[in-house]
Design a protein around this ligand. Structure first.
Ligand code: NAD
Ligand code: UD1
Length: 339
């Protein structure tokens, strides 16, 4: 069976994807520097899969460490989740973001070429569409210059992959544009565990629910949307993880560049999320309206038809499942992996 190197595999989306890869019969090797994750996740992944998943500690910017992995295992494909992802931090530390994300991806691709491993899946983001001219977003919607260094690293890496594929046509480059991943594995053993105060909506909601934070600040209630709050395409992380398996099944050893939106196609507002979450916890979740957050787009949701048509993949989990699974994870692990 094919061996897949999962860089950033100890992180939120990577850990869920490793589980779906193993369920689908792939062998996974995890590579991570724990800059935004904790070693405890590895044992949880082993518990869920019932297997010992090989792990190597390392940084995708280190050619030597990557060469050690490719020399130890016969890697057939790579899914690259390794990246920094905090928008505000990227504005303060642009060089660190270009270094980690862009230089890291460049080194990884260079080592792949050296070892003749030509299957690459990249964690891109709907952020490449910027403020959409219209929704739903298709893969043909224009990619725009990003309004922060984090977003621009996604645009730049997508471009680098496309150029490399033209130069080395054996490459199969799959660029997956995620919408808003939320939720957690149904076991409650793994989930999202951000450091410090969460920037993103769902981990903030879960931390309010377990009393780590007093209330949610809703950023803006005067947007031109039905209830005045911003609209996003929230997708359950297990559906997203299965999207990677579908992409591998379809694109392994098929040369070319393939771009897919991974979303549900349905937009929910921040207030919709608060309602669903209140239902999951059985009480009203406290919130206050606060000023708009700089850089927020008004609405963003996918047209996921291409992924369904070409990969046979479709998101299946409901908003209630996303809220219930997120809460289940946080309730069982109020302090994340520090328990
Ligand atoms: P995460 O921070 O939980 O996971 C990233 C993992 O990569 C972490 O375990 C971290 O320790 C590791 N890592 C970072 N830099 C590394 C390096 N140089 N070498 C080795 N390991 C490194 O984030 P996530 O939410 O799982 O996101 C995974 C990827 O998906 C990221 O590239 C992110 O930008 C992208 N993405 C995430 C979202 C989202 O909302 N979560 C949306 C769109 C795209
Ligand atoms: C954010 C990033 C995006 C990145 C994505 C995943 C910004 C401007 N965008 O997307 O580039 O790809 O995370 O990391 O940071 N909200 C609140 N209160 C909160 C938190 C969020 O009201 O405490 C609202 C936001 O205003 C937004 C929605 O909830 O309308 C979703 O926010 P978030 O989870 O941060 O995701 P995005 O803004 O879509």
């Amino acid at each position: 069976m094919s061996v897949i190197l999962v860089t950033g595999g100890a992180g939120y989306i990577g850990s869920h994807t490793v589980i779906e890869l193993v369920k689908a019969g792939y062998d996974a090797v995890i590579f991570d520097n724990f800059s935004n994750s904790k070693p405890a996740v590895l044992e949880r992944i082993n518990r869920i899969t019932g297997k010992h998943i090989p792990f190597m500690a390392g940084d995708i910017r280190s050619r030597e460490q990557l060469e050690a992995v490719f020399s130890t295992y016969k890697i057939d494909g790579v899914i690259n989740f390794a990246g920094l992802k905090a928008v505000g931090e990227s504005v303060k530390k642009p060089l660190e973001y270009y270094d980690n994300n862009v230089s890291g991806a460049r080194t990884l691709l260079s080592v792949m070429r050296e070892f003749k491993c030509y299957n690459f899946i990249f964690s891109s983001s709907a952020t490449v569409y910027g403020e959409p001219d219209s929704v739903p977003l298709t893969e043909e919607s224009p990619v725009k210059r990003a309004n922060c260094p984090y977003g621009q690293t996604k645009v730049d890496i997508e471009y680098m992959c496309q150029e490399l594929q033209k130069a080395v046509p054996e490459f199969s480059m799959v660029l997956l544009r995620y919408f808003n991943p939320v939720g957690a594995h149904e076991s409650g053993l793994i989930g999202e565990d951000p450091r410090g105060i969460p920037n993103n909506l769902m981990p903030y909601l879960t931390q309010v629910a377990v009393g780590r934070l007093p209330y949610l600040n809703i950023f803006g209630n005067d947007y031109p949307t039905p209830d005045g709050t911003c609209v996003r395409d929230y997708i359950h992380v297990v559906d997203l993880a299965k999207g990677h398996v579908a992409a591998l099944n379809h694109c392994l050893n098929k040369s070319g560049t393939f771009i897919y939106n991974l979303g549900t196609g349905v937009g929910y507002s921040v207030l919709d999320m608060v309602k669903a979450f209140s239902k999951a916890i059985g009480r009203e979740l406290p919130y206050k309206f606060a000023p708009r957050r700089a850089g927020d787009v008004v609405q963003c949701y996918a047209d996921p038809a291409k992924a369904q048509r070409e990969l046979g993949w479709k998101a299946l989990k409901t908003l209630d499942e996303m809220a219930a699974d997120s809460y289940n994870w946080q309730k069982n692990n109020p302090n994340g992996y520090d328990d």
